[in-house]
Design a protein around this ligand. Structure first.
Ligand code: GLA
Length: 344
């Protein structure tokens, strides 16, 4: 766009390691070919900030301050606020345009993509540079400290370091990562259930607080330090706490096994781990919905190697692992049995 400084950032699908990034565990996201584009320009005819979203067909006038708007634009407002604070800039008279083909609220990390693309556009406009590792932290801080959603660092990391044909294995304790090339014979297909989820409603924060409480009770820094659930844990934890701990501990093992399976091109094992992950998210962590369970069942009964909800859950989308040659038939089967399904 002429006169505009641009920033783009892609979404992700998480293949393994759900609700582990705020427990310092291992996750395996894969970037997807859908992105958010933010264009920013100085405009002396505006006093404060004008944000225009093509997707929402909405125009918002605001200013750079700590005060939240309590809607989608908070990721942009938070980016402006923290960027201004970091460089001691008085940010005003800006016109911001947002365009996206990345669906919102289905678990493919639109929030991180909006934030990272806004920050990239600001870095370009103000001619500043930042290391990728610091950009991850800054974008995460927008979500955590400004918007107040308590996820971990996975989404920002995947948006900045991810790849579309290599899965990203990330240890969120050290931020060490590997990119693993994926076979072209298989597809990770994303299917949207049509039921949106809203993370700002606090459900993710509650889970995080719960995990913190459990690690305090067990006297460990975080749950991913543990390898298994033992008799002591069974004694001191309530049933609900035990279920959450079991999910985190065994999901972390699934991520590590999943990495090996991907490195060995063993998609059968990876698929089995995906379905185990879904069952654990459904029965132990309790973040699935009947729509997501149905989609997982349908895909697996058709012949997927495995399927799971992706992202936080509470609605949104699933991801299923299927041979490339079967994708179109699977889509037809799903539409017959779940007409509201949308494919990404
Ligand atoms: C949301 C959060 C992520 C992660 C996932 C669950 O997408 O933003 O940080 O916690 O939920 O794996």
């Amino acid at each position: 766009m002429s006169n505009f400084s641009d920033g783009e950032a892609f979404g992700r699908v998480n293949l393994m390691g759900e609700h582990l990034d705020y427990n310092q565990g291992c996750v395996i996201p894969l970037q997807i070919n859908k992105s958010v584009n933010v264009h920013v320009k100085k405009d002396s005819t505006i006093e404060g900030i004008k944000i225009r979203s093509e997707n929402f067909d909405q125009e918002i006038f605001t200013s750079v301050s700590k005060k939240k708007l309590n809607d989608w634009a908070d990721f942009i407002k938070g980016s402006l606020y923290l960027f201004g604070k970091k460089y001691n800039l008085n940010i005003c008279q800006l016109c911001i345009e947002v365009k996206s083909n990345l669906p919102i609220g289905i678990g493919v990390s639109s929030s991180a993509a909006v934030t990272v693309s806004t920050l990239r556009a600001l870095y370009s406009l103000y001619n500043k540079e930042i290391k990728n590792s610091e950009l991850v932290e800054l974008a995460h801080s927008v979500e955590k400290d400004f918007v107040g959603v308590a996820g971990g660092v996975m989404d920002q990391f995947a948006s900045i370091y991810g790849s579309q044909n290599q899965a990203l294995f990330l240890d969120t304790k050290s931020n060490n990562y590997d990119l693993i090339k994926l076979s072209e014979e298989y597809v990770f297909l994303i299917i949207d259930s049509g039921k949106q989820r809203i993370l700002t409603d606090g459900s993710l924060n509650l889970k995080k607080e719960y995990c913190k409480k459990i690690s305090n009770k067990l006297n460990v820094e975080n749950l991913c330090i543990l390898d298994e659930v033992d008799d002591h844990h069974r004694k001191v934890l309530t049933n609900e706490e035990l279920d959450l701990a079991k999910h985190v501990i065994y999901e972390n093992q699934r991520s590590k096994l999943g990495k090996i399976a991907l490195l060995e091109n063993d998609f059968k094992t990876f698929g089995t781990l995906m379905t185990q992950s879904h069952n654990s998210l459904r029965d132990l962590y309790r973040v699935s919905t009947s729509e997501l369970d149905l989609l997982v069942e349908l895909c697996n009964s058709f012949g997927s190697l495995g399927s799971k909800l992706t992202g936080a859950g509470f609605g949104g989308a699933i991801v299923t692992l299927i041979k490339k040659e079967l994708v179109e038939d699977l889509k037809m089967f799903i539409v017959e049995n779940y007409p509201n399904a949308k494919f990404l």
